[in-house]
Write a protein that binds this ligand. Structure first.
Ligand code: FMN
Length: 231
């Protein structure tokens, strides 16, 4: 099994420590864990050139930074997106990376392997907003084609991990263990639900128009315009 983690921050606070707890519960002997830390691994801001959509992802001026992360996502069985809540949203550096994944949305060129993966979104906030972050991150999973995702959102009532009392940490560990067990049970058995199938079908209909030749070619090459499905 391969797990790819995109940390929306570099520091080792509550979000990082909770993500580590997940990895401890999820990763076995044969698990390969690949981690990226934003902003260390974040490309510069998207320039809005739309080269990725129209000419191809390798024409993105930031392809050299973006593509290794994208490849690791595509190779993973489980993708983890983790971010502290900053003003009711994910960190800016994570959003900057995710902007560069726009071409992988179902409306464009979803990777065929996406439809068998699981996503896990992790977020912490001091008092409010963590749930909004995991909801946003799970929306990214969905539009990448990942049919099954989980969210772990925690208002930790602290501004760092040291400030979280031992009793709350123990409770968090229990919740993490429970969710990790669920995820492990589901790995390798994911099937797209009705919503993924409906969006994929609608996008397929759009690809038959003159929407974007680069996207259309991707859909045709995968056989998706002649009835083949990625699942
Ligand atoms: C720029 C910034 C914005 C924040 N915005 C929120 C917020 O909207 N709601 C909230 O409850 N906490 C907010 N916080 C607090 C953090 O979300 C909270 O302490 C979180 O657990 C930090 O995670 P970390 O330890 O992984 O950095 C903010 C912190 C920073 C630095």
């Amino acid at each position: 099994m391969k797990i790819t983690v995109i940390h929306g921050q570099e520091h080792h606070g509550s979000t990082y420590n909770i993500t580590r707890l997940f990895l401890k519960k999820l990763a076995g002997e044969n698990t390969e864990v690949v981690e990226f830390f934003m902003p260390r691994d974040t490309p510069p801001f998207c320039l809005g050139c739309c080269n990725c959509f129209v000419r191809g992802e390798l024409f993105c001026p930031h392809a050299e930074v973006v593509q290794p992360v994208v490849r690791a996502i595509e190779e993973a069985d489980l993708v983890i997106l983790a971010s502290p809540c900053y003003v009711f949203g994910m960190t800016g550096q994570l959003k900057t990376f995710l902007d560069h994944m726009g071409y992988r949305w179902m409306a464009h060129r979803p990777h065929p392997q996406m439809f068998r993966k699981i996503g896990l979104a992790v977020s912490t906030a001091a008092g409010a907003g963590a749930k909004k972050v995991t909801k946003d991150l799970r929306q990214h999973f969905f539009y990448w084609g990942i049919p099954h995702s989980y969210g772990y959102a925690k208002n930790v009532w602290a501004i760092n991990w040291e400030g979280v009392p031992a009793k709350r940490k123990a409770w968090i560990e229990k919740e993490v263990a429970r969710l990790a067990k669920k995820i492990l049970k589901k790995l390798g058995k994911v099937k797209p639900g009705i919503k993924t199938k409906a969006v994929f079908k609608a996008m397929g209909m759009m690809q038959k128009t003159d929407w974007n030749p680069a996207d259309r070619e991707h859909w045709a090459k995968n056989g998706w315009l002649s009835g083949k499905k990625p699942w």
